[in-house]
Write a protein that binds this ligand. Structure first.
Ligand code: UD1
Ligand code: MG
Length: 488
């Protein structure tokens, strides 16, 4: 159900000076997504009438992230503070009565928390409700000055804290629910009374409280939800927490994760029951893993689709490839984009595949490159087989049928076809099509020369025999002394 009186404003125009980066702060990533994408997605769960993102630094790049998610953008140029950002969003808010304000640098807040915030705001008939958290180390955050009970009298920024207020450890998350008809007159009274000459949204709180409006504070269920990412350390903390939550979700779906803190999983990844993920694995992008699979240590899967009972042995790298049921790959296999390995196929160590289809039960176990190849079922690709798919200008296909035997160290110069049931002799360079059930041998014929090696050795020995110099014999020790020394 859409909440017709509710809009969302996401503040995402700031540069993020403390990150020391050429990239705008909200475009930095944590947990596999940009910060601002997390915030837009959590906002979507509120089913608000509209979501407005205030953009400024690298506005086009930020818009390119949020607009496909259904948000609209307004430009704040230059950026004169969080209060100024709200002024900029005013027209786009139209006739909304309530607004949830979210900073674009707080990716950990959860939808349930925001729903509870709105409920508390409505129930308390408040002008403003602030999501707060109690932190052991509140430094850097604005502090909540409580009036009585749930009522707040002010938010004081770190730089303006009195000695007494420094003791306060309840912080402002920058996540608020406002009743707009109360916010605008208060914001109109806010002055840029700070060293940055900015209009602080936080200063509107004291104005409302002084007018006797209800300003409430609602503690977040989990203090981590209030984290705002101002520094690289904050980003690492957000990433750690988001990754932990994602792993927890997979474990709840019946996936075993060994040494979970070493495993990195992107948000859209799924895995089926009884799949085992070993330490130091990365599951990235839109990777989907079936049931009862094993992903062994050190493997990195990006946008890979795996059926059931697939085994990825240690240290494999897979991108944009499909592996059907019971495929086994690796260790040390590399699948570049566009491969399809059909049921029961086996790919071994130091095998690289690109845009190739490998048929059911087909094996390529060692030291092979298969590019632009289409291989049928139950075929054996010998060690060291190379598809020569590139002539320096264009790529060409190699087609290999069912039950084919490609002998070791063969080069298949594409475009070329090997028919069903054919054999290619080891060490061949195949430039012509091989007919079904035929044998192709394409290599220099062997010539044996009996006795050649021993003759050569004799010649070499004769040429290199050292001649003893005549004087050396005279100088040798007397025989008796020599015998004595041997006995010892
Ligand atoms: C802000 C709060 C602080 C709170 C903290 C929580 C103010 C003055 N302070 O501080 O009380 O404890 O968040 O994380 O609000 N932005 C704009 N336009 C601007 C300035 C900022 O869109 O002109 C955006 C930023 O891109 C950012 C968000 O507003 O996403 C918050 O700004 P930031 O500079 O991170 O404020 P903090 O110093 O963290
Ligand atoms: Mg911040």
């Amino acid at each position: 159900m859409t909440a017709n009186d509710l809009a969302i404003v996401i503040l995402a125009a700031g540069k993020g000076t403390r990150l020391k980066s050429s990239l705008a702060k909200v475009l930095h990533r944590a947990g596999g997504r940009t910060l601002v994408e997390h915030v837009v997605r959590v906002g979507a769960a509120l089913k608000a009438k509209k979501t407005i993102v205030v953009v400024g630094h690298q506005a086009e790049q930020v818009a390119a992230v949020v607009e496909p998610l259904g948000a609209e953008t307004v430009l704040q140029q230059p950026q004169h503070g969080t209060g100024h950002a709200m002024h900029v969003a005013r027209r786009a808010l139209g006739n909304a009565k309530l607004v949830v304000v979210l900073p674009g640098d707080a990716p950990l807040v959860r939808a349930e928390t925001l729903k509870a915030l709105i409920a508390a705001h409505r129930a308390g008939n408040a002008a403003a409700t602030i999501l707060t958290a109690v932190l052991a180390d509140p430094s850097g955050y604005g502090r909540i000055v409580r009036k009585s009970g749930a009522n707040v009298s002010a938010i004081v920024e770190e730089s303006q804290l009195t000695e007494e207020q420094r003791e306060l450890n309840e912080i402002n998350s920058s996540i608020y629910c406002f009743t707009l008809e109360k916010l605008w007159p208060a914001l109109a009274q806010v002055k840029p009374n700070n060293q940055h000459r900015e209009l602080y949204l936080t200063d509107a709180i004291a104005v409302m409280a002084a007018k006797g409006e209800a300003v409430l504070a609602q503690l977040a269920a989990d203090a981590r939800e209030a984290l705002g990412c101002n520094t690289r350390a904050d980003l690492a903390e957000a990433d750690r927490t988001l990754r932990e939550w994602k792993r927890d979700a997979l474990q709840n779906d019946g996936v075993t994760i060994q040494l979970p803190e070493t495993v990195l999983v992107d948000p859209e990844v799924t895995a089926g029951e009884d799949t085992v993920i070993e330490p130091c694995v990365q599951l990235l992008g839109k990777t989907k893993i079936g049931a009862r699979c094993t992903i062994r240590t050190g493997s990195v899967l990006s946008d890979a689709i795996l059926g059931d009972e697939v085994i990825v042995e240690p240290h494999c790298v897979l991108a944009q490839s499909r592996l059907d049921d019971r495929v086994i790959i690796g260790p040390f296999a590399r699948l570049r984009a566009g491969n399809h390995l059909k049921a029961g196929a086996r790919i071994g160590n130091f095998v690289e595949l690109k845009k190739s289809t490998v048929g059911e039960g087909t094996k390529a176990m060692h030291l092979t490159y298969l590019g632009d190849a289409k291989i049928g079922a139950k075929t054996n690709i010998g060690a060291g087989t190379i598809t020569c798919n590139y002539d320096g200008f264009h790529k060409y296909p190699t087609t290999i049928g069912n039950k084919v035997f490609i002998g070791t160290n063969s080069a298949l110069v594409a475009p070329v076809r090997v028919g069903d049931g054919a054999y290619v002799a080891a060490g061949s360079t195949i430039t012509d099509n091989v007919p079904s059930d035929g044998l192709a041998i394409a290599r220099g014929r062997q010539e044996n020369k009996p006795g050649w090696a021993s003759k050569k050795r004799r010649e070499l020995a004769a040429a290199e025999k050292p001649k003893k110099p005549a004087r050396a014999r005279k100088k040798s020790k007397p025989r008796r002394t020599a015998k004595k020394s041997r006995r010892r």
